[in-house]
Write a protein that binds this ligand. Structure first.
Ligand code: KG4
Ligand code: ZN
Length: 333
């Protein structure tokens, strides 16, 4: 068994997994309510809260897995990317446990966790695929040729997909974080009412850009004045559809161009039902297998860190206790 910790941003999370991919417990202590008054994550507040939450979260996880620390064969934690002061909390806690229990420490890239998250509970061998990772900090298309063998196909030139959802949510006066609020408000709205730009939809590469779309929503809002409930819903639906159309088209094209038959989608934005439905329809048309992360493991969690750590454990890919966190850790060149 292996205990993994995640603390890269504002969620304190722990999970216990047994090879090959059996999740025994996964706990998340969310700080969303603490950061909401500031409209975003306050790093100092996040790290202080990780310190308070780590011990109870680890204890609850052990209890739910009906396990003891002494039964763990390894300890893992996120090393980056993320907020340095937040990363240090989970990382240091896992290293301390590893030292106290005399078991190896495994250092995990947060993005590799997201990449592996559709494979939680999937005990088949790692299979080559194209991964679309859409979170608050990243929009990435990766060709995963094997575990640890990743080629970056494209990323965003400006805002990440989740960041665009959050900024548009804020502009529309919706609570933080904007992503789930925009999705809720879009239900029943007219996605055709506002013709927002689909940036780089037809570009030959796999790059994305969402800042023009965000600005276009802002200008529309300035022209409209205070929107009524129906207009707000149409704005959300039109914005959401513009993001989704580009994500789906580029992910399908990337899968085809890499000659893969599987597309895996993960990250916080993968919670979005409209995105899941659009991807499913497109993959069905193209004869591609879609592996969409379970909604419970799409936003930050430690189960995904455990899933990546299991792969590393099986390869005896351990990290020394002197290894550092890296806020800018990258997944692929
Ligand atoms: O993966 P994640 O928890 O954190 C990062 O590593 O960034 O993703 C959080 C992001 C936020 O931007 C949030 O607004 C977005 O995922 N998100 C959504 C939905 N649920 C979360 N975006 C669109 N629709 C949703 N239902
Ligand atoms: Zn994340």
């Amino acid at each position: 068994m292996l205990l993994a910790l995640e603390s890269s941003c504002d969620e304190t999370a722990a999970a216990i997994m047994r090879p090959p991919a059996e999740l025994l417990a996964s706990e998340i202590s969310s700080q969303v309510a603490k950061h909401r008054p500031y409209g975003g994550v306050v790093p100092e507040l996040a790290s202080r809260n990780h310190l308070v939450s780590l011990r109870p979260v680890i204890e609850t996880t052990l209890e739910k897995a009906n396990a003891e620390l002494s039964q763990m064969d390894a300890f893992a934690a996120t090393a980056g990317p993320g907020l340095a002061s937040s990363l240090l909390m989970g990382n240091t806690a896992a290293k301390s446990l590893s030292l106290a229990c005399d078991k190896p420490f495994i250092s995990v890239n947060h993005m590799e966790g997201h990449l592996l998250s559709p494979f939680i509970g999937d005990d088949r061998e790692f299979r080559p695929h194209v991964a679309l990772i859409v979170s608050g900090g990243h929009t990435l298309l990766i060709h995963a040729r094997g575990f640890g063998d990743y080629k970056k196909l494209g990323t965003t030139r400006d805002d990440a997909a989740g960041e665009a959802f959050d900024k548009v949510g804020k502009m529309l006066g919706l609570p933080y974080p904007g992503g789930p609020e925009v999705e809720k408000t879009a239900v029943g709205g007219d996605p055709q009412r506002f013709d927002f730009p689909r940036a780089m939809l037809n570009s030959k590469d796999f790059a994305f850009s969402f800042s023009g779309l965000k600005t276009s929503v802002l200008y529309t809002l300035q022209k409209l004045g205070e929107p009524d409930a129906a207009t707000l819903s149409d704005l959300c639906a039109s914005f959401q559809t513009a993001v989704i159309e580009v994500l789906v088209a580029k992910a399908a094209k990337a899968t085809r161009s890499c000659g893969e038959r599987t597309l895996a989608v993960s990250g916080g934005v993968a919670c979005n039902n409209a995105l899941r439905e659009a991807l499913a329809a497109r993959c069905d048309e193209d004869g591609i297998e879609l592996l969409a992360v379970d909604k419970t493991h799409s936003t930050d969690n430690a189960a995904m860190i455990a899933r990546a750590a299991i792969e590393k454990f099986q390869r005896q890919d351990y990290a020394p206790l002197t290894s550092d966190v890296d806020p800018n850790l990258s997944l692929a060149p």
